[in-house]
Write a protein that binds this ligand. Structure first.
Ligand code: ZN
Length: 276
């Protein structure tokens, strides 16, 4: 059954990349002023900052820190490259802990020319290597399957089934992030969302829309309602699977970044109630 319309912003989270022109401090101030409940922080916004102080600032503004984006990119051509990725992910865990983020979203990586099966093996190995550090820090890892158009270099994990398969053998510190932009087309989506819920691994839910036609493979995501994703239906599945976390608005769009970001945030709130 499709979910009922959302009537308030108590589960609205915005990713800092959605309002990319804003610094972390501006995003903090404007999200709080707009009544946004949560924030997912992208690592680039933390550059040159005291991360613990940034986390404190967000919490004092009344924002819930939902997750840190992003870790991953485990596959590499040689052992040294794979070790470098593991080290960077451990650093990402440290950053999440300092910020006070309970979750890291993993864009798992892929290597053009390397079989996807081998990349998936390296991803599983990478996650296993980072997991003890994440567990000790109390930070969970969410595998985010990416649309197959990114299977060359961004992620060898392209369906929710693959993400569930990958997450299943690990303990509760490894789960999955469901992003409608990447998964809306999959005829197994409803069943795999239900399975993800049964496994206790549905850790995050990201929303945006698929514009038709899409003019850029990365930077042309739409505001909810501006595309063809059945958002209410998918949220219905996610909630039927037991998910009660935030609906995270994650939009990469050169078109929308060029507009007034305060106006854009108002549009996000409208689209959240009308279409999400
Ligand atoms: Zn996402």
């Amino acid at each position: 059954m499709p979910a009922a319309a959302l009537t308030d912003f108590s589960r609205l989270c915005v990713h800092t990349v959605t309002t990319k022109p804003w610094s972390l401090e501006t995003a903090c101030e404007q999200y709080a002023k707009a009544g946004v409940a949560g924030i997912t922080v992208w690592r680039d916004t933390l550059e040159g900052r005291d991360i613990a102080a940034s986390g404190k600032r967000l919490r004092e503004a009344g924002l819930k820190i939902v997750s840190l984006c992003r870790g991953g990119f485990f596959p590499a051509a040689d052992a040294a490259g794979r070790q470098k990725a593991i080290n960077d992910n451990r650093k990402c865990v440290d950053e999440a802990a300092a910020l006070g983020a309970p979750l890291i979203v993993l864009v798992c990586g892929a290597l053009a020319g390397q079989p996807l099966t081998e990349s998936r093996r390296q991803i599983a190995e990478g996650i296993a290597a980072v997991l003890p550090h994440a567990r000790a820090a109390g930070v969970k890892l969410a595998i985010e399957p990416l649309h197959p158009m990114y299977a060359d270099t961004r992620s060898a994990v392209n369906t929710l089934k693959q993400a569930n398969d990958l997450a299943e053998p690990f303990d509760e510190f490894v789960g999955v992030a469901v992003d409608v932009y990447h998964l809306w087309w999959d005829d197994q989506l409803e069943a795999e969302i239900a399975r993800c819920g049964r496994l206790g691994k549905l850790l995050a839910y990201h929303v945006s829309d698929w514009r038709s036609p899409t003019t850029d493979l990365l930077l042309d995501r739409g505001l909810m309602g501006d595309g063809c994703i059945p958002l209410r239906q998918i949220r219905g599945w996610v909630e039927a699977a037991g998910f009660r976390g935030c609906n995270e608005v994650e939009i990469f769009s050169t078109r929308l970044w060029a507009t007034d970001q305060n106006q854009f945030l108002t549009q996000i709130k409208q689209a959240y109630l009308a279409h999400t």
